[in-house]
Design a protein around this ligand. Structure first.
Ligand code: ADP
Length: 450
């Protein structure tokens, strides 16, 4: 096992990783930008190294400075968290070159899965159901032809995609050319790669993903699935486990996910994402990192996924078998953002004068907030995740509502009331949800008084 790990991230996920390291008896090194000198992860880690200015490009994305910090402090491994460098094959490769264990899969795996057109091809070879589409990068002529063959509406998606960027919905042939160039331009600006591919647009599907764990010795298991259908602009807002899929569909999906992971020789924690419509599931992408929504799986399985990631990276064999994975009750997570929903969800960084974290049986909050913390304006708006467990879905909803009511973050505007409106919504309560839920209900979800 490692003695010291550097956490190449900030915010709640850095705090979360430090917690698991401490429980494993591992020393921690935080890295931070000049804007994060007073951040909680810096307080909590055993050591902390400043890696650059507030601009993420100069600090949390600064590979050389992070590697130097690891070498200087004698860290044997780096946990990248999510976002930032977590899916940059080049960074994983740099770690490999200097003999520091990157807590995640190999750089080659990250590269393959990060290029969605390549990932789709691999999944096709593995026999995993795909969304009808081009299955490879397209040019304009090929795209138009395939779109006509599979039928409109279609989605143009960026090969290097993430966070819903570089994605365009096209309803007819007339719209195709403009959408094609717009998607390419957006992809180029966001990822420096303008490759795009085509998928049939599945109307109002559910987004369901399977959590995988795989060690270095070809042992692969799944930790069940999460329903992440409540999204805003293709970004997840509420996530829960388990989903309401019928058990035979779930079993088929688990089998497909395991087959996919085994086929590519996957290692460490990963997520295979599907969209589901009328009990049919289709692969959309694989994430080669820990995900924001991992706590809901932890709450129903009792398995600490970060600890498993660390054990796997250190070369240990998985001690859990598939039979050991039992699902208990239901868990729901809401993402708490410093943003103002009533003003087009604009970010609202600033000084938190009073913070109170909800408590109670089955309540968990992963956050970096504390009273008198100043949320810097330079990074993601997410300041925490509130998670509730219950004996069933309704019980989890009730517990989460109570926790959300107890949460105090003042005076910074957050999406707290907006989230409460989702949890109170009749369709949500009756599990009539799909990826269009927020769009469909937006007026009512914003009709709260503060
Ligand atoms: P990104 O990596 O940019 O987040 P994904 O491929 O993971 O992109 O898709 C994000 C979300 O976009 C999905 O959860 C789903 O809501 C929607 N989406 C993606 N592909 C399709 C599709 N073919 N049909 C309908 N919705 C889709």
């Amino acid at each position: 096992m490692f003695q010291k790990i550097l956490i190449a991230n900030r915010g709640e996920i850095a705090v979360r990783i430090i917690r698991s390291c401490k429980q494993l008896g591992i020393d921690t090194v935080a890295v931070y930008s000049k804007a994060d000198e007073t951040a909680l992860h810096v307080h909590l880690a055993d050591e902390a190294v400043c890696i650059g200015s507030h601009n993420a490009k100069d600090s949390y994305l600064n590979m050389e400075n992070i590697i130097s910090a690891a070498i200087h402090t004698g860290a044997e491994a780096i946990h990248p968290g999510f976002g930032f460098l977590s899916e940059q094959a080049k960074f994983a490769n740099l770690c490999e070159e200097v003999n520091i264990e990157f807590i995640g899969p190999s750089s080659k795996m990250i590269e393959q899965m990060g290029d969605k057109a390549t990932a789709i091809k691999l999944m096709k070879d593995a026999g995993v159901p795909l969304v009808p589409g081009s299955n490879k990068e397209i040019d304009l002529r090929m795209g138009k032809k395939i779109a006509q063959d599979i039928g409109f509406p279609v989605l143009i998606k960026a090969s290097a995609g993430g966070g819903g960027r570089g994605m365009r919905l096209v309803r007819n042939l007339q719209q195709f050319e403009d959408a094609f160039y717009a998607a390419k331009q957006e992809a180029k600006a966001a990822f420096g790669n303008d490759g795009v591919y085509l998928e049939k647009y599945i109307e109002q599907p559910r987004h369901i993903e399977v959590q995988i764990l795989a060690d270095k010795y070809q042992n692969v298991l799944h930790l069940g699935e999460r329903d992440c259908s409540i999204q805003r602009r293709n970004q997840k807002v509420v996530e829960e486990a388990p989903s309401s899929l019928k058990s035979d569909v779930k079993e088929a999906m688990y089998a497909a996910a395991l087959k996919a992971a085994k086929h590519v020789g996957y290692e460490n924690a990963g997520t295979i994402e599907f969209i589901v419509k009328n009990n049919q599931f289709y692969f959309i992408e694989m994430n080669t990192r820990i995900q924001v929504e991992h706590p809901v799986t932890e709450m129903i399985t009792g398995i600490d996924i970060i600890k498993e990631q660390i054990r796997i990276a250190s070369g240990e064999k998985l001690k859990i078998t598939q039979n050991d994975v039992q699902f208990n009750g239901h868990a729901i997570e809401v993402r708490i953002n410093a943003e103002d929903p009533k003003h087009d969800f604009r970010p609202s960084p600033g000084l938190v004068k009073f913070f109170h974290m909800p408590q109670g049986l089955g309540i968990r909050m992963d956050t970096m907030l504390y009273t008198d913390y100043e949320i810097p304006p330079y990074y993601d708006a997410m300041v925490g995740k509130l998670i509730a467990h219950g004996k069933d879905r309704l019980d989890a909803i009730r517990n989460l509502r109570a926790a959300l009511e107890e949460l105090i973050i003042e005076p910074v505007p957050t999406n707290q009331y907006f989230l409460m409106m989702i949890l109170m919504n009749n369709d949500f309560v009756h599990n009539r949800i799909d990826t269009a839920f927020i769009e469909k209900h937006i007026e009512r979800l914003l009709a709260y008084e503060t």
